[in-house]
Design a protein. Structure first.
Length: 169
């Protein structure tokens, strides 16, 4: 069974995923890193080919990873919005929605200019709020469990998720 982390950009899926992999001795993959290693910078993919092309690449990667076992998979913020992706991931995994408040997310993403969906940095807060409001119900729907991350360290979050996964196995 795979452990799949979903949630908004800036919630800590990459950092927590790495820590879970260390704790469980599993292999870790970040779908955004796999895509950028194979196809180039995500911001360039969005700019030159559009979001639809990027989302198709995500599905290709999900098909590969969901066929493997005992992985920790950190997903891109929009990956589970496509039902095909979440269904594939659920075939051999448990999805954890890592939830954070708007204020926490805003602090974390404000300084990151590489996020293509927040391209107009002057409107970062407004755009982030729109994305959070639209995506949260989907994250909650696809999740097997929800972990609140505000005020917790990477290690605390990772250990909480590992504990919950042991209870689900």
């Amino acid at each position: 069974m795979n452990i799949v982390l979903c949630g908004m950009m800036g919630v800590g899926k990459t950092s927590v995923g790495i820590r879970i992999a260390e704790l469980t001795r599993r292999r870790w993959f970040d779908t955004d890193i796999v895509i950028s290693d194979r196809y180039g910078k995500i911001s360039d993919l969005f700019e030159y080919y559009g979001e639809a092309h990027f989302r198709a690449l995500e599905t290709e990667i999900v098909k590969e990873l969901s066929a493997l076992d005992d992985l920790v998979i950190s997903t891109g913020g929009g990956l589970v919005l496509k039902s095909e992706n979440s269904e594939l991931l659920k075939q051999n995994g448990k999805i954890v929605f890592m939830r954070a408040s708007f204020e926490t997310l805003l602090k974390r993403v404000r300084a990151d200019e590489t996020r293509p969906l927040l391209k107009d940095m002057g409107k970062t807060a407004e755009r982030l709020k729109e994305l959070l409001d639209a995506r949260t119900p989907v994250y909650e729907f696809v999740a097997d469990t929800i972990v609140d991350t505000d005020g917790k360290s990477i290690d605390e979050i990772a250990r909480e998720i590992v504990g919950r996964m042991e209870g689900m196995a």
